[in-house]
Design a protein around this ligand. Sequence first.
Ligand SMILES: Nc1nc2c(ncn2[C@@H]2O[C@H](COP(=O)(O)OP(=O)(O)OP(=O)(O)O)[C@@H](O)[C@H]2O)c(=O)[nH]1
Ligand SMILES: [Mg+2]
Length: 450
Amino acid sequence: MTDQLDTRPAAGEKASAGLPGEEIPERAILVSVAMDDGDEMDPVSSLNELEELLNTAGGISFGRMIQSRQAPDHATCIGRGKLAELAQVCRSVRIDLVVFDCELTPSQIRNIEDALDGVRVIDRTMLILDIFAGRARSAEGILQVAIANMKYTLPRLTGQGKDLSRLGGGIGTRGPGESKLEIDRRRAKEKIHSLERELAELSKKRKTMRKSREKSGVFRISLAGYTNAGKSTLLNALCDESVLAEDKLFATLDPVTRRWKLPQAGEVLLTDTVGFINRLPHHLVEAFRSTLDEVVYSDLILLVLDASDAKFLQKLRVTESILYSLFEKNDMTPAPFLYVLNKTDLPESRFNRDALPEGRDAVCISASQKAGLAELTERVEQILSEQKKEVAFLFPHNEAGLLSPLYKTCNVKKVLYGADGVYAEVICDEKTRGALAKYRTEKRADAGEE
Ligand SMILES: Nc1nc2c(ncn2[C@@H]2O[C@H](COP(=O)(O)OP(=O)(O)OP(=O)(O)O)[C@@H](O)[C@H]2O)c(=O)[nH]1
Ligand SMILES: [Mg+2]
């Protein structure tokens, strides 16, 4: 690929004129260093995504620059000539922001800003953090973003010997972190620790909740997938809910769990989670571990894909690799995946309907049109019925004989003989669960851990 500076106005550019009383969007130049580093996405697609992120954060793109290099320049990421070219553009038109599509070190930011006469420079991670900061709603989400934000931004802003008041506002500076950045580093670190303690408390609560759900023997299904794939729309369609779904990246940050009534398997819990993105910042994955873990502890994952997306296969690979790494981090065997090809009402989807690599079980739907949901439901029921599940039964004394065949066909984990009957915790298949449904009982907390 050749080096290029493309400053054609972006689609939303005319909005920069700003109507009276309207906030003028920040105008940015997007910069990418194209390396052959095995990334799932090519630099142009990645820049398209960066532009969507910028739009979501409320900015607009004025132009983009791609430089092919073997490795980023140690001091300035892009080469000296390119930097001079960029400075020239910044001098001739109003540019508020330069966004790099890679991670920058604190000194690179400083050097680039110096060369650009102080035009603000942020990287992809800072942009994503900025969007997350504006979207977190729950106490846990706010804490998670605050921690990720502070951890990432702190070393990039302290020790610069510069006036930090320029952090007054704009993309890449929002979030609960920035006011703390005005205070000294030590206190900021203490703050991070105390936020982490608070988060640990909330995570503990989440864990307890998860345990009790696990004990209830109810199936847990998660919706996972790239941001904007249509996960929330699907949750709404299946559960008659109204979870925020919009054509913006990262509409959902906090996991939402709803009951979904299946005709055969009965009630299951369906969880909607934060969407994935290529190169999801490491700090965010870490900070969002406890919420992302919701996905890991499911009996089935509905991997939602936007079938109308030109980058369908790349996004599929990104999603799979994030999911597999989550399982690996938790030392768990991956739950079964059912691939849900969404947005099949759109004509572009016809290119991807059969594009899924071999061995992946898929259903085509349109969440917004509520099409294909019956088939999806049927497949889910089928998968669940094949799965073994630990449940509890309480057999009256006069029917205690029902227990003995279970020793042969199932895995009996625990038996307690009580005044009210024989209580048993058993790992069994759907057939057995169905046959003994009337003896099902809540798992007892006092039955002790295995
Ligand atoms: N044409 C079409 N649009 C859809 C369909 N499903 C969802 N959408 C649209 O796609 C956009 C994103 O949908 P969401 O449900 O918010 O996507 P999400 O996966 O929850 O996104 P995040 O929360 O950002 O991860 C919205 O504008 C939806 O209206 C569909 O079946 N067909
Ligand atoms: Mg969503």
